[in-house]
Write a protein that binds this ligand. Structure first.
Ligand SMILES: C[S@@+](CC[C@H](N)C(=O)[O-])C[C@H]1O[C@@H](n2cnc3c(N)ncnc32)[C@H](O)[C@@H]1O
Length: 250
């Protein structure tokens, strides 16, 4: 078996094999490509995840010796509100931190000791208890506009210069992403918004990181038309009166 950093840098999906993740193979490949780009840029890195469930998306970072510290924030509700539909509620069966840690220990590789867990919403996390600087964040918690905005605010408050914030389920949380992109534009912060494979979206505060990685550069280029299509549709929808928006959503 090849060394773990070679497997991660080779975008080998078997790195995700032990603990189930709520991401597709194409998304896992995007997550690994960002992980290798961050490791190449910073050497040792700190990772923060909001929404860890069974630990699936944590496992490549637990295994990666270049990942120095992990903060995992998860409110651990059994159900959560979700913007994918009016009255839609997302269920998380047997959702517990203990179960997640047990799954990750079961890998028999990497260090579960580097994880600090916070069983709460991001708004309640004491900021001074989080590792700083944060090099890579993945937001995959409550999929509502308000929650994504507060999750992003927390990540930004700890982010290293040139760090990366990733989001899952781009199609559900697109309005929040547009609020964030507009806000960063107003601040005059240099960043590159990138749609990666399927539902993964990233804010790269060092745009050169995207161009330097073969996979990320190609994914950025190939997904740009789809990102522009979503942007156009979003702008059009925001011009519509409320009753028409509700009818479209229905
Ligand atoms: C889609 S799952 C995460 C899946 C995981 N990232 C993976 O790929 O394996 C969403 C998680 O967000 C958590 N969650 C729901 N509402 C939350 C909130 N307000 N704050 C933090 N976490 C929340 C749920 O408990 C659940 O574990």
């Amino acid at each position: 078996m090849r060394p773990i950093t070679e497997r991660i840098d080779g975008l080998d999906l078997s790195v995700f094999d032990v603990v189930p993740s709520q991401t597709s193979d194409a998304e896992k490949r995007s997550l690994l490509a960002v992980q290798r780009a961050v490791a190449r840029r910073f050497g040792a890195y700190n990772y923060l995840e909001i929404g860890s469930h069974l630990g699936g998306s944590l496992q490549p970072h637990v295994r990666d010796p270049r990942c120095a510290h992990i903060d995992s924030i998860d409110l651990r509700p059994q159900t959560a509100p979700d913007d994918r539909g009016k009255d839609f509620v997302k269920a998380f069966k047997d959702n517990s931190t203990e179960r997640m840690l047990q799954n990750l220990r079961g890998m028999g590789e990497g260090s579960v000791e580097k994880i600090r867990t916070f069983d709460m919403d991001s708004k309640d996390v004491p900021r001074d208890q989080l590792a700083r600087p944060l090099h890579l964040a993945f937001i995959d918690g409550e999929h509502t506009r308000a929650a994504v905005l507060r999750d992003h605010a927390l990540c930004r408050s700890r982010l290293a210069e040139g760090g990366v914030i990733l989001f899952h389920d781009l199609y559900i949380v697109f309005p929040a992403l547009m609020d964030i992109v507009r806000g960063l534009g107003r601040e005059g912060v240099p960043f590159l918004p990138v749609k990666l494979e399927r539902s993964v979206f990233g804010l790269f505060f060092d745009p050169a990181m995207v161009h330097a990685d073969e996979f990320l550069a190609r994914s950025y280029r190939e997904n740009l038309p789809e990102y522009k299509r979503l942007l156009g549709r979003y702008r059009l929808k925001s011009l519509l009166p409320g009753f028409l928006k509700d009818a479209l959503r229905a």
